[in-house]
Design a binder for this molecule. Sequence first.
Ligand code: ATP
Ligand code: LTN
Length: 333
Amino acid sequence: MIQDKKVSFSGVQPSGNLSIGNYLGAIRNFSAFSEQYKCFYCVVDAHAITVRQVPADLRRRTYETLSLYMACGLDPEKNTLYVQSHVPAHAELAWALNCFTMFGELSRMTQFKDKSAKHSDNINAGLFTYPVLMAADILLYQTDVVPVGIDQKQHVELCRDIATRFNNVFPDTFTIPEPIIPKTGMKIMSLVEPTKKMSKSDENTNAVVYILDDRDTIIRKFKRAVTDSDTCVRYAEGKDGINNLMNIYATFTGKTHEEIEREFDGKGYGEFKLAVGEVCADAMQPVQQKFAAYMSDKAYLESVMKKGAEEASYYARKTLSKVHKKLGFVSLR
Ligand code: ATP
Ligand code: LTN
């Protein structure tokens, strides 16, 4: 609790151009918490360096991710928006939590297995301990809820296990957080390989619809999306491509699968794909306009970062001092 409010925390890596998966699975849902919760939304640049980044790109994407938070409706007056590396307490708490996390637990993380297979030339210790830094992000703010896509559920569960283990040794240190996973949009799949998650760092740009893609590109990508040889729009096992497009359409429009099946009864895949492209492009247009306005004012973005880092540091320091004291570190005052 902070100021009698429950706390919401989430983060997005500035590791690529943000996709509609990031939007539908995470960012779009963040603003729902703004009134009732004390919200911290972080651009997790320290997480992004677990895979190699071009420094200039990482810097630009950090500004872009913050702009997108605001373009998606997060008001910096109502939410603490900040950059992870500006609050060193994240790295400091991560060290302490590393000493409460087991090698076996980290070895079971599916994101680690996927990313180490993908970057087999750079299986670094940071990639392995990535979930511990994520646990530190969450626990520093005594977080109650963590809105994320379903791929992050395992990491939030590990965070709960780490916090519980710490609390068993040192009672009443951390709040145990709950993941909040949206009913629709929890896992948007690749348009080229619909059994794989749509990932902003996918090398095949046709597999991913970016929030900033222009209207024609969005419609073209949906038109080319991999489907099957059936012709009628229905949700069924084995129809991964169509199921994914139906989920995307459902998440943008709020319609159920049955309503979508009725809407496209007797119509072919071509017409359906065009409709999905159009609702997506319509939804992205206002976000893109606001994004462009924020990106043109770097001084404003930096003022938001600075204010966010100051606010976040205040709460983060409180938890970190409590942890250091409990662990037996000498404090100098
Ligand atoms: P990367 O490709 O660099 O691993 P990513 O696209 O998986 O990145 P993250 O920055 O790791 O994105 O995720 C930010 C948020 O977006 C998380 O809450 C994550 O669960 C959510 N998310 C990412 N991809 C999807 C997706 N395809 N569907 C739904 N939610 C998603
Ligand atoms: N691990 C997440 C990004 C992330 C995060 C967090 C999400 C880092 N710290 C804290 C929620 C809470 C990812 O890869 N999508």
